[in-house]
Design a protein around this ligand. Structure first.
Ligand code: NAD
Length: 429
């Protein structure tokens, strides 16, 4: 099957977008600090494989619309590649390649036996009906079929996709091979081999590492105030679990803007109103309206960007007033902003560490599917806690030993593990 697929290795030019430039600039800095072999440097800046697909979809009105989709595998030296699928109108090859690269370092940093991948379709999913979304997903899954599989590349949810989308991908893949293949995707519904705790895992991981950061800074979670940009999977679960842990969530936002309440938002009640009536955050009347830009600049203990990349830039970084920046989103902070924040003394928990709870529990799901043996929620929470807090403390020790930032320490640890795997396997042929 794979002989018939057009797999192209793009030049850097084809990938050249702001998000890809950010990922490469971070990589270059870390590679320089590691004194990484120049041949490896060249290879690791580029994806291993990139597939661009056209997805014809019959719309409800009878017409056919063609969407563009991608699947990029950045590296598979340490195991199958792993990474989410994003449905968003701004998806492009460079963004998907950058997200795939970050997945490689993230998996290595957490010690998971995976490389990095990412996929995406250039589409506004909320503008499609449920049946259009299903047809789009099934055709996309069929087009990327030659690249994915439990031992090859395992997709998961990301922005604009959820457990239902994963179920359709699992079913499409299973129809092609003739039997149920649970391990082809993670983030599935429980009824078809999903894992307890996967949906909340990224948010739970953000909370676990934030609690370690607070402890390190000798601060009390009961006195912490939290502002969260993005109220989807990562943002809403972070809000819920932060509140359970004792923090006061004072602001949350989505693409339409946010709400602020100095006394603290009642997150379960907010979620009930937000989800049941299809209201905007503003309609819930649980706080004062504020823009996304205002939210980022709130005076708070912890700021959690949990939406898209490049939200904190040289234009607004100087105005941030948080003590801790816990990056739930991938790539929310530009390189220039990073420098400004470090100078201001903000403690940054970088994305590849802060949001790794998602892929850690995805790994648990994949292991459970392979073993056909499912774990209790308590086991999942304990194992997630152990892996992510160990990664936090290893990164903190590395940063202090090398006198570098948490971001550089996380990147260097991840990149070094991948480099070792390449050097030990050797160059084929
Ligand atoms: P989601 O689609 O569930 O939610 C995205 C949220 O961001 C929504 O509330 C949306 O309204 C908001 N948003 C979109 N555009 C915005 C804008 N311009 N300004 C402010 N808010 C905006 O997505 P998600 O799964 O929660 O992912 C959020 C981020 O976390 C992404 O960067 C993703 O790559 C990262 N992430 C997700 C997971 C996961 O398990 N889902 C794991 C690791 C990292």
């Amino acid at each position: 099957m794979s002989e018939t697929v057009q797999v192209t290795r793009p030049t850097t030019n084809e990938l050249d977008t702001p998000t890809y430039r950010l990922a490469v600039a971070q990589f270059d800095q870390a590679a320089e600090a590691l004194n990484l072999d120049p041949n490896l440097r060249q290879r690791l800046k580029l994806p291993q494989r990139s597939l661009i697909v056209s997805i014809p979809v019959r719309m409800d009105n009878g017409s056919v619309e063609v969407f563009t989709g991608y699947r990029v595998q950045h590296d598979s030296s340490r195991g199958p590649s792993k990474g989410g699928i994003r449905y968003h109108p701004d998806v492009n090859l460079g963004e998907v390649a950058a997200l795939a690269m970050w997945m490689t370092w993230k998996c290595a940093l957490a010690g998971l036996p995976y490389g990095g991948a990412k996929g995406g379709v250039k589409v506004a999913p909320k503008k499609l009906s449920r049946s259009e979304l299903q047809r789009l997903t099934r055709r996309y899954a069929a087009e990327i079929f030659p690249l994915i599989g439990p031992d090859k590349d395992v997709p998961a949810p990301d922005v604009g996709t959820d457990a239902q989308v994963m179920a359709w991908i699992m079913d499409t893949y299973s129809q092609q091979v003739g039997y149920a293949v649970q391990g082809v995707v993670t983030g599935k519904p429980l009824s078809i081999g999903g894992s307890l705790g996967r949906e909340e895992a990224t948010g739970r991981g953000v909370v676990y590492v934030t609690m370690e950061a607070l402890r390190h800074l000798k601060m009390d979670i009961e006195k912490a105030t939290v502002a969260i940009q993005g109220f989807g999977n990562v943002g809403s679960n972070t809000a819920l679990i932060m509140q359970e842990a004792g923090a006061k969530v004072i602001a949350v936002s989505d693409v339409t803007g946010g709400i602020y309440n100095a006394k603290g938002l009642d997150i379960p009640e907010l979620l009930r109103r937000y989800r049941t009536n299809g209201q905007t955050l503003r309609d819930t009347k649980m706080g004062d309206f504020l823009t996304n830009e205002e939210l980022l600049q709130l005076n708070c203990t912890v700021l959690v960007p949990a939406a898209l990349s490049e939200q904190i830039t040289e234009k607004n970084a100087a105005n941030l007033r948080c003590r801790i920046l816990a990056e739930g989103a991938n790539g929310p902070t530009t390189l220039e902003a990073d420098r400004i924040l470090i100078d201001k003394g903000v403690f940054i928990i970088p994305d590849i560490l802060a949001n790794s709870g998602g892929v850690i529990v995805s790994y648990f799901e994949w292991v459970q599917d392979a073993q056909r043996f499912f774990w209790k929620a308590k086991d999942i929470q304990e194992r997630l806690h152990e892996i992510i807090t160990n990664a936090f403390h290893r990164t903190l020790s590395f940063a202090s030993a090398k006198k570098t930032s948490m971001r550089m320490a996380a990147l260097m640890s991840g990149i070094d593990k991948v480099a070792q795997a390449h050097l030990q396997r050797g160059l084929y042929p």
